[in-house]
Design a protein around this ligand. Sequence first.
Ligand code: NHR
Ligand code: GAR
Length: 212
Amino acid sequence: MRVVVLISGRGSNLRALLQADLPVTFAAVISNRADAGGLAIAAAHGVPTQVLAHQAYADRAAYDGALAQAIDAHAPDLVVLAGFMRVLTADFVRRYHGRMINIHPALLPAFPGLNTHARALAAGVRVHGCTVHFVTAEVDAGPIIAQAAVPVRAGDDAEALAARVLRQEHRLFPTVLRWFAQERVSLRDDGRVAVRLDEDIDEDAALVAPLG
Ligand code: NHR
Ligand code: GAR
């Protein structure tokens, strides 16, 4: 399975994917920002990198056209958004229907968009987390593949909560990518996600927070 990863920044999720020893080929890492820390991480793993600066394009459609060309040159089976910070046009999203995923730092459908951790704290939720979902035209509204939850703790600020969520992102994203490599995930025609796992299910499993 050939994978192209899109990033904008630090690249810690990219690093988690690259270090997970997955049975996939990372064909390229593409960033919309030249100063993204993730570019050096990719290079250190021998993965080709490319910068496609959005400022160089007249509008989102022009940028997304160039981005699609850059991606398609690598003939990926899957496009992975790992901290990619640009909203993508509907035409672009349609092109990769069923083969583009994103990791979002909240338990969707709660807190789509930006500044999720501060908003979760303001709302007073006791459980927060991260979501891997298929990308559709509506931002952060695509079919959910998997989620990981963490407790919100007394005294948390956005930074502390973000760090707790990020640790789970680094577990969840490689797990989901492994499922893709094993052909266990698909987006059905009715828009629902099928995940085929053979682990036993604990019917009484629950995360309760706060625990006292
Ligand atoms: N595009 C589509 N069409 N659908 C999705 O579900 C997308 C997407 C593009 C990115 C990631 C997403 C997230 O996980 C993602 C999902 C950026 C913004 C945003 O508002 C929102 C959601 C996400 C990523 N970006 C600003 C913009 O004007 C720029 C912000 C910046 O550069 O710092 O594009 O949260
Ligand atoms: C991650 O927390 C990711 O979920 C989030 O940005 C961070 C990127 O960190 N993504 C978004 O907010 C997308 N809008 P990383 O560059 O270290 O992986």
